[in-house]
Design a binder for this molecule. Structure first.
Ligand code: SF4
Length: 916
């Protein structure tokens, strides 16, 4: 067997390159490292990242992360040398030069696990290793000989997964009111007997309990808007009444979040409600959109030859994970976020059910399907943890599925407006249209995989029912009018084919003719122009496209009617499986018909009168100058109108809560951005100030001597501030181009000082993994854009400085301009910016004992926006030199506090209490 110590090991960072060979580690040049890796397989950690550091993106080798994914599928790992050492109980490397040896030691430890009788994830390992050997996985020659062949055939993924049980529909919940004393008693039980009494939290829980009363008026839920400053403990504050109501009324409460981080936190909190993990898993269910979950049929297809090369290896590792996964959630669940990026995302999206091709009961894995299991579990749960988009979609479509949320808590409620904005919008784009074509027609030409069209999914109807079969054939014919593979190439070459491609070509022509200069910072990215005064070719193309879409809508409507009739008539061939398949098809046909109808309304607008309720515009989407989509978009001017109609009015009780619900503004802002203004009786309000001592523990520094647009000065400022804080810095940007420029200038220098710098849009890793790495290393810093502004929950010393590159002005988009006009001009802008500042500031102090500085590199920061920060927070306008002295002092004080309190970087259950 190959001895891991005999394998060369390579580590490359912004600080240097180290190679270990023949028992010696030395710093080497890029060329040496690359030629060594080309000649012989080298041990490394995260091949895409190492390759990027070497300037050689195609680098391959024995990646420890792939070995980890095989040995310990579904186990969390921070994918850094430190994270690997800690996970394996090995000594942490003191310097970067020690890392190659760590890689050898970690390899030895992981390989010896394969021979250990205590290897927890053994089942299926031997079978999988054999398949991986056939696929020439580089690790296979080291792994396969170490796994003992099992005496009997192993239970493999599909036999190992449990089946879900069919349960009768849950009766409607009882009508009850909650007793305030009982709510407070439940809260005391959840916080634990040792917890200090927190008046703000008790008042919050009592107010939240009121939203569970029976409602008094039609179309008027009991709705409460509750702003609770960071540290109130609002999570347990609403879980107390929610769990009490669920058990007393025998109903389900939906808790909706915007970020996955909060979903995970809530899932952990479920153990407070139900200390027995098995009960917790039954009573509290995390529910996501179906495109998040692994589709077992897609996986089976991939394992049986649907995938080739590296994608086939990924499929094997995903199969290992699926056998041990808690819920089959591939995005933000227990599949390591870094795993798909090791394979350059090759194939991972094809493993989920993104395109609505599910064949329901016709699928051999239907009874084990993760998606079906999660949907059934949520119907019976006390608490369903979901996200805003899913809650809105379920509320809007819930009549069909019987799962309409009736009692809803929207946490991170300041995002409700944006979530409604995207949920209720319409886009007729090339990407959307080709998806529809594939959904109707199935695979064409050389496409691989198991994709099926309508005819294959409804094969029994097509062969037994003449009318239904004819409608399917007519739909497939009509779908030929939609864009096909290579549509964008044809359009760019001036050779569009079919009416929708013609339309998109006309859209593209209009955008390039009219789009405003987007400025240097966004050059090469999206282009857009208002849909107004369309010229002749665009109007004509829209008319032709509408005729074609109408031609598709008709047979789909006939088919839907036929399917409904079949369910009613129940012919002989309609067994249970066929019925479930047809019911599934009716639902998904309904959504597609709605989509086409919305597209038709949008096309009628081209050349017709504008509708004041909507904002319509045309786009060409690009990344770094490369086009990837063309489309026509329609958003509601006020998306809280459909939100109120589809979600709020049908609900019994709604709590909308956040630490920044008013967005640094006033209650009018919260009322209008939550949809409350569209309810007959509006919403109640509740407010509790944060108990944190912002005056002593935080400060806002506005740096006045960095000239706008001076990248060298901006980079220098970031570099010096990060050094002053000793890392632990979150850097926020409004333009990707500037983020990259700053990162390129300072990453090497900081790395040499032992301060690793990571960045979204630079490092080949998903955002969740970047945040995990940042949280785990108190000397690391992270640069990012919007998603980090309030998706980061890093309590303690790991985050002690937030630096914003400037005032976060809104991008001058068509949509923004329309809403600005309708919302009061500059006052509207100010509200948005205050909200962004409040959210970004909220990253800094997550627990009572956190300390930190918030720096804005902008002399032009208007004083009127400073009310965004919590009352009492010191705010100073300073030079960069003064800011550096202040940051350094604050950071040292925070570090001393962290050590005194003994929890520098550790996240634990008790700390969750303190967070938002
Ligand atoms: S039931 Fe649908 S989603 Fe589930 S495994 Fe089968 S095809 Fe995939």
């Amino acid at each position: 067997m190959i001895d891991p110590a005999a394998l060369p090991a390579l580590h490359a960072s912004h600080g240097g390159i180290w190679l270990r060979e023949g028992g010696r580690t030395q710093a080497v040049a890029k060329g040496t490292a690359i030629s060594c890796a080309a000649e012989t397989p080298v041990l490394l950690l995260n091949a895409p990242l190492t390759g990027q550091r070497l300037g050689y993106p195609e680098l391959n080798g024995l990646d420890l992360l792939e070995l980890w994914a095989f040995v310990h599928p579904a186990r969390f790992l921070v994918p850094t040398p430190k994270g690997l050492a800690e996970a394996l109980g090995l000594e942490r490397p003191a310097t970067e030069a020690d890392i190659p040896q760590l890689l050898q030691n970690a390899t030895a430890a992981l390989l010896s696990t394969l021979q250990s009788p205590n290897w927890v994830e053994r089942e299926g390992g031997w079978t999988s290793a054999q398949s991986l050997h056939r696929l020439r996985w580089p690790w296979a020659p080291l792994v396969a000989p170490r796994i003992t062949r099992p005496a009997e055939a192993e239970r493999w993924l599909f036999s190992r997964l449990p089946e879900w049980e069919e349960t009768p529909l849950r009766p409607a919940p009882r009508t009850i009111s909650l007793d305030e004393a009982a709510v407070l008693e439940r809260l005391a039980h959840l916080t634990g007997s040792g917890a200090e009494a927190r008046p703000g939290q008790r008042a919050y829980a009592a107010a939240a309990g009121e939203s569970f009363r029976p409602r008094k008026h039609r179309d008027q839920p009991n709705m409460l808007l509750a702003e609770a400053g960071t540290g109130i403990g609002k999570t347990l504050g609403y879980l107390a009444p929610a769990s009490l109501w669920a058990s007393q009324a025998q109903g389900t409460v939906w808790i909706s979040t915007y970020t996955k981080a909060l979903q995970r936190q809530l899932d952990r909190e479920s153990l407070r409600l139900f200390p027995d993990p098995a009960t917790a898993a039954r009573r509290v269910v995390v529910r996501k959109g179906r495109e998040n979950y692994l589709c077992l049929l897609n996986l089976e297809d991939a394992l049986q030859g649907g995938f080739a090369g590296r994608a086939a290896i990924l499929a094997q590792l995903v199969a290992r994970w699926a056998a041990f996964s808690k819920d089959g959630d591939m995005i933000g669940g227990d599949l390591p976020g870094w795993l798909p990026t090791l394979f350059r995302r090759n194939g991972s999206t094809a493993l989920t059910d993104r395109r609505g091709e599910c064949i329901y009961a016709g699928c051999p894995h239907y009874r084990k399907c993760f998606i079906e299991r999660s949907a059934r579990a949520s119907a019976d749960a006390d608490i369903v943890i979901a996200n805003h988009a899913l809650v809105m979609i379920n509320a809007a479509r819930g009549r069909e599925t019987g799962q309409r949320p009736q009692r809803i808590i929207f946490d991170e409620g300041h995002h409700l407006f944006d979530a409604a904005d995207s949920t209720f919008s319409v886009a007729l784009s090339g990407q959307e249209a080709i998806e529809l074509r594939r959904w109707v027609m199935g695979p064409e030409g050389n496409s691989r995989g198991r994709r099926r069209g309508l005819a294959a999914r409804l094969s029994d109807l097509a062969s037994y029912d003449e009318e239904g079969g004819e409608a399917i054939r007519a739909a497939a014919d009509a779908a030929r009018a939609l864009p096909a593979d290579e549509w964008l190439k044809r359009i760019v070459a001036g050779e569009p084919f079919g009416p929708i491609e013609q339309l998109l070509a006309a859209v593209r022509g209009t955008v390039y003719a009219r789009a405003a200069d987007v400025g240097e910072a966004d050059a090469g990215y999206g282009l857009e122009t208002e849909l107004a005064e369309p010229d002749g070719p665009l109007v004509e193309a829209a008319q032709e496209a509408a005729l074609a879409l109408d031609g598709l809508l008709r047979p789909l409507t006939r088919l839907a009617k036929r399917l409904e009739a079949v369910i009613e008539d129940a012919p002989d061939w309609l067994d249970g499986a066929a019925r479930a398949r047809i019911e599934g098809a009716i639902a998904s046909l309904g959504w597609r018909r709605d989509l086409i109808a919305a597209w038709l309304a949008l096309l009628a607008r081209i050349g017709g009168p504008a509708d004041a309720d909507f904002v319509d515009w045309l786009t060409v989407d690009r990344i770094e100058g490369r086009e990837f989509d063309i489309g026509i978009h329609r958003h509601w001017l006020d998306p809280t109108r459909p939100l109120a109609e589809a979600v709020l009015k049908p609900a019994q009780g709604v709590l909308i809560t956040s630490a920044t619900l008013k967005g640094g503004g006033d209650w009018d802002n919260a009322q209008s951005r939550s949809g409350a203004t569209h309810l007959p009786h509006g919403a109640q309000q509740f407010e509790a100030q944060s108990p944190f001592d912002y005056a002593a523990r935080a400060e806002v520094l506005i740096v006045t001597d960095i000239k706008r647009g001076d990248i060298a000065a901006l980079s220098g400022a970031y570099g010096r501030l990060i050094e002053a804080a000793g890392g632990g810095t979150l850097g926020l940007f409004t333009a990707i181009r500037r983020l990259r420029a700053v990162h390129a200038r300072i990453a090497d220098r900081l790395a040499r000082a032992g301060l690793p710098l990571y960045a979204q849009h630079v490092d080949p890793m998903d955002t969740g993994t970047l945040i995990d790495i940042f949280r785990d290393d108190s000397r690391a810093s992270l640069l990012g854009t919007d998603a980090l502004r309030d998706g980061v929950d890093v309590p303690g010393h790991s985050l002690r400085l937030v630096v914003m590159e400037g005032v976060p002005w809104s991008k001058p988009t068509v949509l923004h301009a329309a809403r600005r006009l309708a919302g009061g001009g500059a006052a509207y802008d100010d509200r948005l910016i205050r909200a962004r500042l409040a959210q970004a500031f909220g990253r800094l102090i997550r627990r009572a004992e956190d300390q930190g500085s918030f720096v804005i590199l902008s002399a032009a920061m208007p004083s009127r926006l400073l009310s965004a920060f919590p009352p009492g927070t010191p705010i100073r306008r300073v030079t960069l030199d003064e800011a550096i002295i202040a940051v350094s002092a604050h950071s040292r004080a925070g570090h001393a506090d962290g050590i005194a309190l003994g929890h520098q970087e550790v996240e634990s259950g008790s700390h969750d209490l303190e967070r938002e």
